[in-house]
Ligand binder design. Structure first.
Ligand code: SDX
Length: 493
């Protein structure tokens, strides 16, 4: 794999060697792999800091050593030798695929990448004026509708009954003329109603029922591996379409010849990427795919633990990822670097920001107390892409200067280093992704981790229900409203 982009593989391997030489502050306490005997003792801080919510084989973040592992494979290995589709298979299935398994998986992703009816529904909303993550979340909900019903062959209204209506909309203005029907006749008289997917497959031999057989709102299994593939495949199509609609352009159909990463850039920019651009996009997708029990993954799992479904779980993940403390930081970093304006301004800018006790976007991490291995890869890739891009060169040199200031000040004292969001924005800018689509791009990758962890958790599901320490009043007596004079001081407890 990736024969034509060996220089990028070398950049990744160099980053791996450099990371392996970093001094380790302390060794990780709990070694992974030991079976957990519940209940476990752990010191818990606000925001569930330190809490152990479940056991997992999907991925492991060793924060003290700056190590990230997916299903036992170090992230540097996967970036150097694998690809995003194969990494998705690994996260979902727990092992690397054989070539035939990989072939069928890619074929399924290619099929599910086409979401025409979902896009048509999405475009009936004012996407151009919506928050990009809000539009993406809407899109995944619409995908749920299409997957459960709309995309099925039988769900398409019988066009012969329609009079001058286009396929997806019912023409309310069409003149009935001499035809009995000017609208689709959802004629269910002589159709067999199927009420389950099993019945469909039994009768029509596939998931798509033969003509004349109608689904009665058959809700396909919306928390299955199939739905996960649907979301992993459809997310880039939705995101690229949202970017184009916001730019006043029409969406572009995926190209079956292109890889996941290449298709994403092609559907976004309208230009097929170079091999180098495709490879760097692919590595960025691998790096963002999974990351332990981060806020958006936890949000997705909480929703799934109520036995809701994967579409709603992914919607919750998208909502959580949108926050600037989480996935939204990549956009903030670019705004920050542009505001600094150049490497020579970094020192003064940083001093002022610290005087205002501001948190520096793209730095710090709840788990990493060492350099984020993802930033170790994205930094050199940003440098490589910036060689051909004047604006990116200024951004990159500004980022390097700022990194030096922050690490000198907070590295040793507070273990604050660049995180995944610090260099990713420069990479995305060079690849032609608009700044307001950086966080949705994060989601395009993280949907794989959300799905893998939801599928794993559902195997031994237990609804998440933490507690809070109550510090409020007790023993209050009800006072009728007429007897309440001023905004009463509460009675002393
Ligand atoms: C992601 O969880 C994941 O794995 C997330 C993620 C993933 O892949 O899913 O890795 C992706 O979200 C990366 C983080 C992107 N966010 C940012 O870059 C925003 C800036 N970073 C900070 O907001 C912060 O570092 C967090 C939110 C990332 C982590 O915050 P914590 O663990 O809650 O740390 P904290 O706020 O309790 O800070 C501890 C100390 C404080 O100083 P003191 O009050 O003790 O004096 O460190 C300081 C903070 O002020 N600090 C920072 C800082 N981050 C923490 N000081 C300056 N700049 C920062 N960025």
């Amino acid at each position: 794999m990736w024969e034509e982009t060996k220089e990028i593989t070398e950049i990744v391997l160099r980053a791996a060697r450099k990371a392996s030489q970093e001094p380790i502050s302390q060794s990780e306490q709990a070694l992974p792999g030991k079976a957990i005997h519940w209940p476990v003792e752990c010191a818990i801080g606000p925001g569930l800091e330190g809490a152990i919510a479940c056991e997992s084989k999907v991925g492991y973040v060793n924060g003290l050593q700056g190590q990230l592992v997916y299903r036992g494979y170090d992230i540097f290995e996967l970036c150097a030798y694998s690809c995003f589709e194969e990494t998705c298979y690994l996260l979902l299935h727990g092992r690397l695929p054989t070539s035939s398994q990989f072939g069928s998986f890619r074929k399924q992703l290619a099929e599910y990448r086409h979401v025409p009816k979902t896009l048509r529904l999405l475009m009936s909303f004012p996407v151009e004026g919506m928050n990009a993550m809000g539009a993406l979340r809407m899109g995944t909900n619409l995908m749920r509708q299409e997957f459960t019903f709309g995309d099925l062959e039988i769900a398409k209204p019988d066009i012969a009954q329609a009079h001058e209506s286009d396929e997806d909309t019912i023409s309310s203005e069409a003149d009935p003329g001499d035809k009995a029907e000017s609208f689709y006749s959802f004629d269910t008289t002589n159709t067999v109603v199927l009420t389950s997917m099993e019945e469909t497959i039994a009768v029509s031999g596939s998931r798509k029922p033969a003509k004349g057989i109608r689904h009665q709102e058959v809700l396909q299994d919306t928390s299955s591996l199939d739905s996960c593939c649907h979301l992993i495949a459809g997310a880039p199509t939705l995101t690229a379409a949202i970017a184009r609609i916001r730019n006043g352009q029409m969406p572009i159909e995926p190209d079956p010849e292109l890889s996941h990463a290449a298709n994403y850039l092609y559907m976004m920019t309208g230009r097929r990427p170079t091999e180098i651009e495709e490879r760097i996009m692919d590595i960025a997708l691998i790096l963002h795919a999974d990351h332990g029990m981060n806020a958006s993954t936890f949000a997705a799992m909480v929703v799934a633990s109520t036995l809701s479904d994967i579409y709603f779980s992914v919607g919750a993940g998208i909502a959580a990822l949108a926050g600037p403390l989480h996935g939204g930081a990549n956009e903030q970093v670019i705004h920050m670097l542009r505001q600094i304006g150049g490497p020579s301004n970094a020192k003064e800018w940083y001093a002022k920001a610290r005087a205002r006790k501001e948190k520096i976007m793209g730095f710090g991490h709840r788990v990493y107390k060492a350099y984020d291995p993802r930033a170790s890869v994205l930094g050199p890739l940003a440098r490589h892409l910036a060689l051909e891009n004047k604006e990116a060169q200024v951004l990159f040199r500004t980022a390097e200067a700022l990194e030096k200031e922050v690490i000198a000040d907070l590295g040793q004292s507070k273990s604050i280093y660049p995180n995944v969001d610090f260099y990713s924005g420069i990479v995305y800018s060079c690849l032609g992704i608009p700044t307001d689509m950086f966080t949705p791009t994060f989601a395009v990758s993280r949907v794989a981790g959300w799905c893998a962890r939801v599928l794993e958790y559902l195997k031994k599901n237990r609804i998440f229900r933490p507690r809070a320490i109550y510090t409020g009043r007790l023993g209050e007596k009800y006072i009728p409203i007429d007897a309440r004079h001023s905004a009463g001081k509460p009675s002393k407890r």
